[in-house]
Design a binder for this molecule. Structure first.
Ligand code: PRX
Length: 657
């Protein structure tokens, strides 16, 4: 969480932007009365949203709430892939582009709704032929290519539960996620492209597969015929590994969709928490889809001719909700780009926006700050006049980045929607509505209709204006239902912050509220870091470090980073016989990269003879954060003087007594 000083600066932000007149008149939500009617009849509001989906059998009960467990829209059955595909191919959107794909090397493919529908049906049949049944888990470890969406929707079609694992995660991370939910089939690719090099996904998967007994088959997508495939061909394991393109060739074009109960799980997505073990967040079919469809419609204001681009990878919740389920349920044309924003040049995003006529862009503050640093000349080279709406997600956006985004990308004409939500909420919770909300740089503004948020103190007393802990005070359809295999952890993590109040959901964020009722999200108040918009638990990195033979003890904290929002700083105590050196530092960074994935590599490693601890042996992270921020120690590359630590320790103990 930021300093109180930073907060004051933040709250002195008075720039306000009203929705442009053109938007006001035609927006999907143009009347603020929707907030009032949702408040007046909360369940009725959500029932109306749910009726916008296509049901096999209509639901009979809107909500059963036995805190902290909710069930939504029970009695009904539906299928998510039918909602994303069949209802469009039956109507006018049959030949409309669904996915417009560009690979990093420049290869291009467009799949119409019909094309996507056929591919999903075929792959659903492929999965069935491999013995995948309703309720089985399927792991997906792919680059950002159309097959990722195809595999997800194919699972949904047959009622299998997908678990997408981000392609940047290591073999060990993949292994642990597969084992936690006992996946039956893994869908991967020979490789993917990132900054000109090939990420060897199948090779990583093979390492994971050495210890995943539940996997019976591996389906391998050939990313591009050529170099990667040659090696991958040689490494296919007889009987277990099968090529996607071969399986698809013989697959039938129709697969009867399963009629799923509303509360049947749609997918599991792992996310970091405060322990070393990631949590398998469980989302269900109807509630999730209701949240995804309605928020996409309202917040992104989709119109029939929009070209919508969410830059997130399908490995994260943003990719699930706002690249696949939300926009496809709305029948949108979605751009999907595989690679890095600075490849081959720093204007790749703007080149894509110009070429495809992107009208809605949804990206992360980390990217925006990088664009700012690279300079105004890159977007200025391109015609971005088709853009009409800009979105931001994943971490707090500083007002300067917000203003730059509005001016240099949005030409001062596009509303900016800063959207707050998380893996667990499934869909956007706090965000402006572009046709009605006046925005202020840095504030996600107010909860969407149908959501109820509050700032509470530690005794659950509401703070109308000022700072506190963010809470969701009512259940919502797309909320997580549990943690896979660990309901006790679900209760403990999300519904135990306020004793005796199992009805209050705690997202782990601190926030402020101003006089206008706007929320300003300040960041995590737990031991979870947000690095470039991605959640990483400090415990996960610590557990990885102490597995290295040279490491006796490790403590990890976040430090402010100009581009990434937060960076990882690790304090490491070495075992007897090991000496600190820059090569050991590199080795440890890479070690963490291998254990978890490159995103978790510490930026700084500070060797220290001791770590500042309380008398009870708890590491004092607050002091370490001071050191990492350079507040107590100028040079953060190495902690040369162990006395610094002991003096910090003395200071702490003096405070404590
Ligand atoms: O701390 C908040 C931050 O990201 C966390 C959720 O991370 P994850 O589950 O990975 O989902 C990211 C994409 C939805 C939140 O607890 N966060 C997300 N969006 C914002 C944000 N912080 C401030 N402003 C946002 N718009």
């Amino acid at each position: 969480m930021s300093d109180s000083q930073d907060l004051d600066v933040l709250l002195q932000e008075h720039r306000q932007f009203e929705p442009p007149e053109s938007f006001r008149a035609t927006a999907n939500v143009s009347d603020g009365a929707l907030y009032d009617s949702a408040r007046a009849d909360y369940e009725g509001y959500w029932a109306d949203r749910a009726r916008e989906l296509e049901w096999v059998t209509p639901f009979t009960t809107v909500l059963s709430w036995k805190p902290p467990h909710a069930e939504w829209f029970t009695g009904g059955t539906l299928n998510a892939s039918v909602n994303c595909l069949d209802r469009h191919v039956r109507g006018a959107r049959r030949n409309k582009a669904a996915l417009v794909f560009e690979g990093e090397p420049g290869d291009r493919r467009t799949l119409t709704y019909w094309d996507l529908y056929v591919a999903v049906n075929q792959f659903a049949n492929v999965l069935k032929s491999l013995g995948v049944k309703r309720g089985d888990r399927v792991a997906i470890y792919l680059p950002l290519i159309p097959e990722a969406a195809i595999a997800m929707l194919a699972c949904a079609r047959i009622g299998a539960i997908h678990s997408v694992v981000f392609g940047g995660f290591s073999p060990e991370s993949l292994r642990d996620r597969i084992n936690d939910s006992q996946c039956k089939v893994l869908v991967t690719a020979d490789g993917g492209y990132r900054r000109g090099s090939i990420v060897p996904l199948k090779r990583n998967a093979d390492k994971a597969l050495e210890e995943t007994p539940s996997i019976t088959n591996v389906v391998v997508v050939r990313r591009r015929p050529g170099a990667v495939s040659e090696e991958a061909f040689a490494e296919m394991k007889e009987g277990r590994d099968l090529w996607y393109h071969r399986l698809m060739r013989g697959a039938k074009q129709w697969c009867e969709p399963e009629a799923m109960e509303s509360e049947d799980p749609l997918f599991i997505l792992y996310t970091s928490g405060t322990t070393g073990k990631p949590k398998g967040i469980v989302h269900t079919t109807a509630g999730y889809l209701v949240g995804a469809q309605s928020s996409t419609h309202q917040v992104f204001d989709l119109r029939e001719d929009d070209v919508y681009w969410c830059t997130a990878d399908v490995g994260w919740i943003t990719g699930h909700t706002y690249l696949v389920y939300g926009p496809l349920a709305n029948g949108a044309t979605c751009l999907m780009y595989e690679g890095a924003p600075d490849w081959p040049e720093k204007d790749r995003f703007w080149e894509l926006c110009e070429r495809y006529g992107v009208s809605i862009l949804y990206t992360a503050p980390t990217a925006i700050r990088a664009f700012m640093k690279w300079g105004d000349q890159w977007p200025a080279k391109h015609d971005l006049s088709r853009l009409r709406l800009l979105g931001s997600v994943g971490e707090p956006i500083n007002p300067e980045a917000w203003m730059w985004y509005r001016e240099h990308i949005g030409g001062n004409r596009c509303p900016v929607v800063d959207t707050w939500w998380q893996t667990e909420t499934g869909a956007i919770v706090i965000s402006p509505l572009p046709g009605i909300t006046s925005t202020t740089p840095g504030s996600a503004t107010v909860p969407l209709p149908g959501y109820s948020c509050a700032l509470l103190d530690s005794s659950a007393k509401e703070i109308p204006v000022g700072g506190g802990l963010l809470a969701l005070t009512r259940p919502w359809p797309s909320m997580l239902r549990t943690i896979w295999g660990d309901d006790a952890r679900y209760v403990e993590t999300y519904f135990s912050r306020w004793p005796g109040r199992p009805d209050l959901y705690f997202p782990g964020d601190g926030a402020k509220r101003d006089e206008n009722g706007n929320f300003w999200i300040l960041g995590r108040v737990d031991d979870v870091l947000n690095v470039a918009g991605h959640r990483i638990g400090t415990m996960e990195v610590e557990s990885a470090l102490v597995e290295h033979p040279a490491v006796a003890e490790a403590a990890v904290v976040g430090k402010t980073h100009e581009l990434k929002g937060q960076a990882i700083a690790a304090f490491v105590t070495l075992r007897e016989g090991f000496k600190q050196s820059s090569s050991l530092r590199d080795e440890l960074r890479n070690f963490v990269g291998e254990k978890i994935g490159a995103i978790a590599k510490p930026d700084d490693i500070l060797f220290s003879a001791d770590l500042p601890k309380t008398r009870s042996g708890k590491i004092m992270r607050r002091l370490l954060r001071d050191i990492a921020e350079g507040r107590a120690l100028g040079d953060t590359t190495t902690l040369a003087d162990p006395n610094v630590v002991s003096s910090l320790k003395d200071m702490y103990e003096a405070n404590e007594s």
